[in-house]
Design a protein around this ligand. Structure first.
Ligand SMILES: [Zn+2]
Ligand SMILES: [Zn+2]
Length: 277
């Protein structure tokens, strides 16, 4: 209930936070409808034993996409109240290093290393990457896994839908004129939607994975306070360890599902109350 109330409050501050998830749900709903009602019953796939297989597999991917999206929307991205401030939060006169505690001028509170303030949510979030209107939430330490899974399944669903349209057109019985104009129109719209969304989520997915394996979330890249070239993690082991920090140290298969099993709990901070600035 508290998570739902917080999500509703974020919608009030950022109208895109309500519109973008609605657009995502409508797009996913339309894609599912078009596949089930117009692509699979088309002349190329109708009656094929593969037809029910494609219907079940596509809906399974859609189900996982929606589950990951829901968890990314309602999960705490890493909002934490720090324990009593350390004796020496600053050790130098210049910018604090990524290892030091800092004071957020907007929350007027100490924040852990690598936490950043979100202007939409009015709170500091640990290892914040960015505020995403598509999930109406920050992408941070504790929900980045679900966000990346959402991108992965959105890309997979887009590729699957585009592939099914191409099979319907180029398959043995496709393009023989038996399909009607309504089916053709839905196939064209579905293909365009899949290409558009597929390209968009692929670019964001790539960007997210690169930010994890280089250990540089977006705010640190922007402010030039990320790790220096010489300090960047190198080698497969270091990159795998960074991926495990986000996706969990359990079985790699668990990386595909929106569950928290094997995910590091992070430092034992208590949640911050809502901050009015
Ligand atoms: Zn703050
Ligand atoms: Zn935010």
């Amino acid at each position: 209930m508290a998570a739902a109330a917080a999500a509703a409050a974020r919608c009030g501050r950022d109208p895109c936070g309500a519109l973008c998830p609605l657009l995502a749900y409508l797009s996913v709903g339309y894609a599912d409808y078009a596949v089930l009602a117009h692509v699979l019953p088309g002349p190329a796939l109708r009656g094929s034993p593969w037809c029910p297989f494609h219907a079940v597999t596509f809906n399974l991917i859609v189900l996982l996409l929606l589950a990951c999206h829901t968890r990314a929307v309602f999960a705490d991205p890493g909002e934490r109240r720090p324990p009593p401030p350390p004796a020496r939060p600053f050790t130098g006169t210049g910018l604090p290093s990524p290892e030091e505690w800092t004071v957020c001028s907007r929350c007027e509170a100490y924040r852990p290393p690598r936490a950043h303030h979100c202007r939409v949510c009015h709170r500091c979030v640990r290892r914040m990457d960015h505020h995403c209107p598509w999930i109406n939430n920050c992408v941070g330490e504790l929900n980045q896994k679900y966000f990346i899974q959402f991108l992965f399944y959105a890309g997979l669903a887009s590729a699957y839908a585009a592939g099914l349209v191409l099979v319907a057109w180029l398959g043995p019985a496709g393009g023989d004129g038996a399909e009607n104009h309504v089916q053709t129109a839905h196939c064209i719209v579905l293909l365009l939607e899949s290409l558009l969304f597929g390209a968009f989520v692929t670019v964001v997915f790539y960007d997210q994975v690169v930010s994890i394996i280089t250990d540089e979330p977006a705010p640190e890249q922007l402010r030039g306070r990320g790790l220096k070239e010489a300090k960047r993690p190198r080698g497969c082991r270091a990159k795998l360890a960074l991926l495990q920090e986000v996706f969990g140290r359990g079985c790699v298969l668990g990386w595909l599902f929106p569950c928290s099993c094997g995910t590091p709990a992070g430092p034992a901070y208590t949640p911050l109350p809502a901050c009015d600035v």
